[in-house]
Design a protein around this ligand. Structure first.
Ligand SMILES: *Cc1c(COP(=O)(O)O)cnc(C)c1O
Length: 465
């Protein structure tokens, strides 16, 4: 009965549902989607009743964990009081004001204004318009170009896919003009003899070179995730952000910190900008802002940009029907209260340290070239050969196989190319970390066995020295 139902749902899914970032035909050949039906704490259940440890917090977003009734109650209360009203025509709602005040208070000094949207993509799209408008008001309308990075991810709209790295380009007329990209501070992926510090400086120096190449009078802003998430968990060397900031300052270029993943405790601080001493002009927040319980995002606007737009500008002709949706704001407020009251940021720091230590135990595994991470962000990069370091010729096949073994072992880890990614809920305990590591090692062993038996398409196993 249950299985018939699952089978029917899978068929309907294939027939009608176009999933994001999915090859539907390939999904069909594999028998269709895994259907998730419920969740509690750090675990999800699929329609066949399998209990799975969620090492990805959904999609980097369920920071407080699943099943928090307080958020459902906050939503129900707000829906019963005022389910919707807009903020367009000289109006506002109570939760949207209270949340703006909270966000101004919790984000680093100088970030005091909030513009709401519904997704990280919309928030970054808003930022692109806002910074270009800022430069128009400052009498430098030719400052249009925004510089991003390879492996950067800032969203999927035409503008934010353009802002993202080249892996997001090539389909549907993207990238649009007005965007430029420099290399990421990806030490393990680089062909370099430099140590981390020197490499960080060199990677940042690429920004100055690009600004000079384009002309400083043409560059509006630089955008970066403090730690690059979906591009492969790239943790910058300690020297990187300081140098980036000195370059932005030197040329008057605005600095945008995309904290959609790193915000709300993920790195063991409320915001990764605190961790790296980044003083951004604008900050993007989404995902952990509501722990994914409802869609909401926010642009936190620093005083420099806000003052120009408020005092020199007229009406900013921009906004969304659901900007500052009162139900989403009420849920975000309750989410932030839980993060603060339950010490989840501190927990992410403590359990994060434990995760980082335990992850390093995996370095002895024949597939593991590097483990890296910070707080409750972790990555395990798989390689063809450890010494000399060689990546797989066909990228992504081994990572995908490992991800499938994880699922079969009741663990969600994501594969980005051949890097396995971990980003669990912040209520993770040391016992959860132990469960995750045990399952991860099993999945690595199974992947290794497949590789040795030449059972992974496009990959020829070569015995490393
Ligand atoms: C997920 C993500 C986005 C896009 O957010 P959506 O809500 O999916 O539009 C933007 N930036 C970063 C860093 C992200 O991880």
């Amino acid at each position: 009965m249950m299985n018939d139902n699952a089978q029917n749902l899978r068929q309907s899914d294939l027939a009608h549902y176009m999933h994001p970032f999915t090859d539907t035909e390939a999904l069909g050949k594999e028998g269709g989607a895994r259907i998730i039906t419920r969740a509690e704490g750090a675990h999800i259940w699929d329609i066949s009743g399998n209990k799975i440890l969620d090492g990805m917090a959904g999609l980097w977003c369920v920071n407080i964990g699943y099943g928090r009734k307080e958020l459902a109650d906050a939503a129900a209360r707000q829906m019963n009081t005022l389910p919707y009203y807009n903020s367009f025509f000289k109006t506002a709602t109570v939760p949207s004001i209270e949340l703006a005040e909270q966000l101004a208070a919790r984000t680093p000094a100088g970030l005091n204004h909030v513009f709401y949207a519904n997704s990280g993509s919309e928030a970054n799209d808003t930022i692109v318009r806002m910074v270009r408008y800022y430069w128009e008001l400052e009498g430098e309308a030719q400052r249009q170009i925004i510089i991003g990075r390879n492996h950067g991810y800032h969203g999927s709209t035409s503008v934010t896919a353009s802002l993202s790295g080249p892996h997001m380009h090539g389909q549907g007329g993207v990238p649009l003009p007005g965007f430029s990209h420099i290399a990421a501070p990806y030490l393990f992926g680089a062909d370099t003899e430099l140590d981390a510090e020197a490499f960080g400086i060199q990677a940042a120096q690429a920004l100055e070179e690009r600004i000079l190449e384009l002309g400083a009078d043409k560059v509006a802003a630089f955008i970066g995730e403090p730690v690059q998430g979906s591009g492969g968990m790239i943790v910058p060397p300690a020297s990187y952000w300081g140098k980036i900031q000195r370059i932005c300052k030197k040329y008057g270029v605005l600095l945008i910190a995309d904290e959609v993943i790193t915000g709300f405790g993920r790195t063991g601080k409320w915001f990764a900008s605190e961790l790296y001493d980044i003083k951004p002009d604008l900050m993007t927040l989404a995902k952990g802002l509501s722990s994914g319980y409802l869609p909401i995002s926010a642009v936190i606007v620093g005083d420099r940009v806000a003052n120009t737009i408020i005092h020199k500008g007229s009406e900013f002709v921009h906004g969304f029907t659901y900007s500052g949706h009162p139900v989403s704001c009420a849920v975000a407020l309750e989410n932030i209260r839980i993060i603060a009251d339950e010490g989840l940021v501190e927990n992410a720091a403590t359990v994060g340290d434990y995760l980082q230590t335990r992850l390093r135990d995996l370095k002895d595994h024949p597939l593991v070239g590097e483990v890296r991470g910070i707080g409750l962000l972790g990555a395990i990069e798989l390689v063809q050969s450890k010494s000399p370091r060689r990546f797989f010729e066909t990228k992504g096949e081994v990572g995908t196989r490992c991800r499938d073994h994880c699922f079969a072992n009741s663990l969600v880890m994501r594969a980005v190319r051949d890097t396995m990614i971990i980003s669990p809920p912040l209520m993770f305990s040391k016992a959860h970390v132990d469960e995750l590591l045990e399952k991860a090692r099993k999945a690595l062993d199974s992947t290794w066995a497949d590789l040795c038996a030449n059972k992974i398409e496009g990959i020829r196993h070569v015995q490393s020295a």
